[in-house]
Design a protein around this ligand. Structure first.
Ligand code: PMT
Length: 406
């Protein structure tokens, strides 16, 4: 019971796209959407034409708090949440109920409505909860469509067996809403890093000039927080050390708020013993003021200069003094991404580096990112997507390479 309660925390702030197809069980997805939102998930609903014969879009609009999507070629939707945007927005696509017709069209790659199109376009996990007459479910056409979809990585939850709305008895019932809810919550637990201790830094640092002035950078903490969330869901025991951000920290084992690079350096040293993996997603200031003025600097007619001194390179120090810890750095570059990232991997003695382009609306602050990941003898590019699914994919890469090294 406690496990189920804990798993529900996974739903907080998740982007869940609920697809609804034409079937009597469509009314149950109204309750599912309501319960997902109660647990803190953001939900967008996409309805097929068939679904609208069973439940009105207005009902889903009311429970999801968002306009309902239905038309592939709706010019107004394209300007807002078009199919590609929806496909990128989703952390999980769950089709409840999935009719035999929908499964057939999806299995054959037919992008002939909004729901099938975005199921093909998304990099998020796609799950179907089938519901249909038991003969239709057992028909060899449906069975081979189900098998084909599963071979391609689509997950099926259900159907359950029992009495059906049509009066027949057999397999084809939609799973009950509490079961679907639990499956969705658990789907974010991968167990890839079960019991591994991971220290993650996130956000900017703030370097004081005087009691009222400081310098900082544009990091929002989104990338580091998404990684902390993904790592915790993968079973890691996460310590998150964060510079100042406006974000609510994810549910991690230990959270430490810091301000300056020196604070972050000390917090990392304090938390380091016993860690297995260190991920430096923070944008740490390379320099600080040599002297922080004790009083507000007064304006005069003369120009002034600040002397900046080097801050410790935290991740390089971790890599040098704790070689048993698997170190993953980030490289934030405005140009020459690959060469600079590879150079940092070697110069800082890291096991892995994730490089991103920053500036001009990229990397910092925004919700999406793209990563080129390098390690000794390997490279992998993670395409543009929202920071949470991107973090999940990076965690998979880290887990795989960490295991190999170990
Ligand atoms: O927070 P967001 O708005 O979501 O933006 C995400 C991000 C762009 C900040 C993130 O993806 C990112 O790139 N973080 C690292 C930023 C950075 O400082 O890059 P760098 O190339 O300057 O540093 C390389 C590595 O050394 C990083 O792992 C950094 O944490 C580490 N470092 C740098 C300086 C220092 N004094 N100590 C360090 O440990």
């Amino acid at each position: 019971m406690n496990n189920a309660k804990n798993a529900m925390k996974n739903l907080s702030n998740k982007h869940i796209l609920v697809g609804v197809t034409g079937g009597i069980a469509a009314y149950k997805s109204v309750e599912l959407v309501r319960r997902l939102r109660e647990h803190g998930a953001e939900v967008q609903v996409v309805m097929t034409e068939g679904a609208k014969a069973f439940v009105t879009p207005l009902t889903f609009q009311a429970v999801s708090g968002q306009p309902v999507h239905g038309d592939l070629l709706d010019p107004t939707a394209e300007a807002g949440m078009g199919h590609i945007e929806l496909a990128r927005w989703a952390d999980l696509v769950v089709v409840v109920p999935a009719s035999a017709n929908f499964m057939a069209r999806f299995a054959h790659g037919m992008a002939d409505d909004l729901l099938t199109t975005l199921c093909l376009a998304t990099t998020a996990r796609v799950v179907l909860a089938p519901a249909m007459n038991q003969q239709m479910w057992q028909h060899s056409a449906t069975q081979s469509n189900a098998a084909l979809l599963q071979q391609r990585g689509v997950t099926l939850w259900g159907p359950a067996s029992g009495s059906q709305a049509c009066g027949e008895v057999g397999p084809g019932r939609l799973l009950e809403v509490p079961d679907l809810l639990e499956h969705i919550a658990n789907s974010f637990n991968t167990g890839l890093l079960a019991g591994i201790k991971m220290l993650i830094t996130a956000g900017p640092t703030i370097e004081a000039i005087d009691p009222v002035r400081y310098f900082t950078n544009r990091s929002s903490g989104k990338m580091g927080y998404a990684l902390a969330q993904a790592a915790a869901e993968a079973g890691a025991i996460v310590t998150l050390i964060s510079g100042p951000t406006h974000l609510t920290p994810p549910a991690v084992h230990h959270f430490v708020a810091v301000t300056s690079a020196l604070d972050m350096h000390q917090a990392v040293l304090d938390a380091l013993p016993g860690q297995d993996i260190y991920v430096g997603a923070a944008a740490v200031a390379d320099y600080r003021c040599e002297n922080i003025a004790p009083h507000k600097l007064k304006k005069s007619d003369k120009d002034i200069s600040l002397t900046l001194v080097r801050n410790p390179d935290i991740i390089a120090e971790v890599a040098k003094h704790s070689p048993h810890i698997y170190t993953v750095g980030f490289a934030a570059q405005t140009e020459d991404l690959d060469a600079q990232a590879k150079a940092k991997l070697v110069a800082k003695g890291l096991d892995m580096i994730a490089a991103n382009v920053v500036g001009e609306g990229k990397g910092f602050q925004v919700d999406h990112n793209t990563l080129s990941v390098y390690w000794q003898g390997g490279q992998h590019t993670l395409p543009t997507m929202a920071k949470y699914p991107l973090a999940c994919q990076l965690i998979q890469l880290i887990a795989r390479n960490y295991e190999t090294k170990r």
